[in-house]
Design a protein around this ligand. Structure first.
Ligand code: FUL
Length: 420
């Protein structure tokens, strides 16, 4: 019998989807010039992060349970955070560490020490480089910069190609992708060229539901509804990543910023609607002009990590299986949320499902949905008191495989009492 074709993730995509949470770090000349988008005319002398400590940045991510860290090695202003050979518009021309520093290296080493993944953002759009208007000449510059980053800083988990400012611009993507494949075959590629990860389409940190892992294109940037033209070797499986700044719409640090930090409630909601919709959350916390992530951001990141732990680290019970997965608790408990994961290495098979709870012999639907994919979190509006709960897959392309079905309660004493 011919089975229907199903897109499947690569081993690298599977590993990346399990990371679930990345911390983005926007840092550069903008940090010192009160800008989000420098025009490429600010002097490198402005760059003087006297207390820069990349370990503090990476520890902030690690302590909050984030499993990878992404640095803006070059933003749209063209200022390079590493001593590139391609331009003098870099840390080399600053007074920081007497022009001998390398922010990318410090971050790469800190990630290695803390044991979390390291990735880089390198903006194709470059507002400084005089060669930018000449497509072929700039492709050479960009490829050289990328090669430096791909070959000098160890294993990269992801390379971020930001579409902003590049609407309508042509780059030599086959050549650029060739470099990534040659030097960092395991790195995820974000949204351009032949991506293995797509932009979710907003900078609000959540994935609209359902967020299937297959897509033929994704939006180029916030500034157009144009869709990216992907290269033919783009895989059919392209999971979504959800970028969002922790402070309003500010990616970079600004002095006396009155834009409020997102509240813990908002962040946990974003987590539940990004990771909980099968995507990955990429939350930005920006270092300030001292070169340190401010205390308030560090604290909020930690609170988020603690809250995710509080809600999701200690399940009441967990099971796995096929079309129906039942859980019997030793006694009744208040269920506050359920989490389902599909065995996505076999493809995304589930098309529709329900979760039911039993009370006095009656079954009631307490959650339902379509896509499951890597993870589906169903927070319940009101807790449900039950000792018997089941997941039923109603529709699926092929035989469903549930990696795990887990129920959680805020009443942790229950867990402590029943667990020896
Ligand atoms: C956007 C950029 O224009 C912002 O400055 C930021 O880097 C964000 C992550 O992507 O497209």
């Amino acid at each position: 019998m011919n089975e229907p074709y199903l897109a499947k993730p690569t081993q690298q995509q599977l590993a990346w989807q399990d990371l679930e949470r990345g911390m983005f770090c926007h840092f550069g000349l903008n940090t010192f010039c009160n800008r989000e988008w420098g025009e490429g005319s600010d002097s490198p002398e402005a760059f003087h992060p006297a207390e820069l400590d990349a370990r503090q940045w990476v520890r902030t991510a690690k302590q909050a349970g984030f499993r990878y860290f992404m640095l803006t090695a070059k933003h749209h202003d063209g200022f390079c955070l590493w001593p590139t050979k391609t331009t003098s518009y870099s840390v080399k021309s600053s007074l920081w560490r007497n022009g001998e520093g390398d922010v990318v290296r410090e971050c790469a080493e800190a990630c290695l020490e803390e044991g979390i993944g390291f990735g880089i953002y390198i903006s194709p759009w470059d507002r400084h480089d005089p060669r930018y208007p000449d497509e072929a000449a700039y492709d050479d510059v960009y490829c050289e910069q990328l090669t430096e980053l791909l070959t000098s800083y160890g294993e990269l988990v992801e390379v971020w190609f930001d579409g902003a400012g590049s609407e309508g611009r042509r780059y030599d993507w086959p050549r650029i992708m060739g470099l990534v494949k040659q030097y960092q075959p395991n790195a995820m590629v974000f949204n351009m060229g032949a991506p293995t990860v797509r932009w979710v389409g907003n900078e609000d940190g959540f994935a609209p539901y359902p967020c299937w892992n297959t897509a033929e294109a994704a939006r180029v940037s916030m500034f157009t509804n144009d869709m990216t033209a992907w290269l033919p070797e783009t895989p059919d499986w392209v999971p979504a990543e959800c970028p969002v700044p922790i402070r309003g719409n500010h990616w970079f640090w600004h002095p006396n910023d009155e834009t409020p930090l997102r509240s813990l409630e908002e962040l946990i909601d974003l987590y539940e609607r990004s990771v909980g919709h099968g995507a990955t959350l990429l939350l930005n916390a920006a270092p300030d002009s001292r070169g340190l992530i401010p205390d308030a951001e560090v604290q909020r990141m930690k609170e988020l990590g603690d809250e995710i732990k509080r809600r999701y680290a200690s399940p009441l019970a967990e099971s796995s299986g096929g079309r129906t997965v039942s859980i019997r608790l030793e006694r009744e408990a208040d269920i506050h949320r359920t989490v389902i994961m599909e065995q996505i290495e076999l493809g995304e098979r589930v098309q529709s499902y329900i979760v039911e709870a039993e009370s006095k012999g009656e079954w009631t639907v307490i959650a339902k949905g379509s896509a499951i994919g890597h993870k589906k979190i169903d927070p319940l509006i009101l807790p449900v008191r039950t000792s018997h709960i089941r997941l039923t897959v109603l529709e699926s392309t092929l035989e469903p495989h549930i990696r795990s079905f887990t129920v959680y309660s805020d009443n942790h004493s229950f867990y402590e009492e029943v667990t020896p």
